[in-house]
Design a protein around this ligand. Structure first.
Ligand code: KG4
Ligand code: ZN
Length: 335
């Protein structure tokens, strides 16, 4: 049988990425991260779209070079269809559609959130089905039950801010540049996680909320800064450690409940925040305590990347789930 070779494109936010996959094995995964947004304290949608236009061709070119695959060998082209910034999504979607038409091969539309979950299937060891996945990114926080590669449903999600957003907004209050998540992680390593106590939400079922925490941090900092202008500077490590500790505590509480309710002990994490060292340690220690089999994707598959789009597209290809050219990109999730 001829090999299944796919090109996958990811452009939902501020990473332009392309990946080539052959029979389920990733041959290349090129990621260009837009750094221009740092100085604005968040992603500027119009700049993001323009930078995708500028970088998509060299990124795709490099993905072909590294894989040793020629475009004539492709079986289909996959792209992130939703959710994300609409202008950014449109760049990847238009590129994929144009190339698929020119090569006369099928298109595969992929949901970014499903792809984050399936990033756990890129490399072994892989989780057994059904597994639970805590997807924590800058835009979403979800607990997903995955019964088979293309059979998954959301058990709970954030009703307001995402966990990554909570990290980034807290970092901004501390005067750290965007994206602040990795910097909070770095400073937290030298701090005391129990130095300060912040509000924890009371949300029903398996849902999350992070807006109360954000307000609690804001009021606390305002109060302390009124007493001492240099409060943040002097206590940065303890602040980062305490904020990180609280976010992780909130995340783990509902994940534990989900495992208890479903009886599922194969537990995965995915999304940009799964790069957080405190969250990784917490998952590991919970796994030892509650006998979970836990799975954390390699770092390059945690933050936005096209390899996760490629693995999802591979399963869609096997099931014949192709997409019409008329299917439009969508900012809101269709999952
Ligand atoms: O999945 P992702 O790359 O993009 C979205 O789809 O949103 O996630 C980006 C988010 C940002 O909020 C970033 O601050 C956060 O992941 N992040 C981290 C760490 N690395 C990335 N948050 C905490 N600790 C980290 N080490
Ligand atoms: Zn993402």
């Amino acid at each position: 049988m001829a090999p299944v070779i796919l090109l996958a494109i990811e452009s939902s936010c501020d990473e332009t990425s392309a990946s080539i996959i052959q029979d389920g094995e990733i041959l290349s995964n090129i990621i260009y991260t837009q750094t221009i947004h740092e100085k604005y304290g968040g992603v500027v949608p119009e700049s993001a779209s323009r930078l995708h236009i500028r970088h998509i061709l060299p990124v795709v070119h490099e993905a072909f070079l590294q894989s040793g695959i020629a475009k004539e060998q492709l079986s289909a082209i996959a792209y992130t269809q939703s959710p994300g910034l609409i202008g950014s999504l449109l760049v990847g979607a238009s590129f994929a559609k144009g190339m698929a038409q020119a090569l006369d091969i099928p298109l595969i539309a992929v949901n970014h959130m499903q792809a984050h979950v399936l990033s756990n299937l890129i490399e072994s060891p892989r989780p057994n089905f059904p597994f639970l996945c805590l997807t924590v990114s800058g835009g979403h926080t979800q607990i997903v039950q995955c019964n088979a590669p293309l059979d998954m449903h959301i058990l709970g999600e954030s009703i307001d801010d995402a966990a990554g957003e909570a990290f980034d907004k807290a970092a901004k209050m501390l005067g750290l540049p965007y994206p602040g998540g990795p910097l909070v992680d770095k400073h937290a390593k030298n701090g005391n996680p129990l130095a300060y106590k912040f509000a924890e939400p009371l949300v029903a079922d398996l849902n999350y909320s992070f807006s109360g925490l954000k307000t609690s941090i804001l009021y606390f900092l305002q109060k302390e800064k009124a007493k001492d202008e240099t409060f943040i500077e002097k206590n940065l490590s303890d602040l980062c450690a305490s904020i990180q500790y609280t976010i992780i505590k909130i995340l783990l509480k509902k994940l534990m409940l989900a495992s208890k309710q479903t009886g599922i002990k194969d537990i995965c994490i995915a999304g940009g925040v799964s790069a957080n060292s405190g969250l990784r340690d917490a998952i590991q220690s919970h796994a030892a305590r509650y006998r979970w089999n836990y799975f954390i994707p390699k770092f390059e598959y945690c933050t936005d990347n096209a390899a996760m789009i490629a693995i999802t597209a591979y399963y869609k290809y096997l099931q014949g789930e192709f997409s019409e050219i008329a299917v439009g990109a969508s900012a809101r999730s269709t999952f």
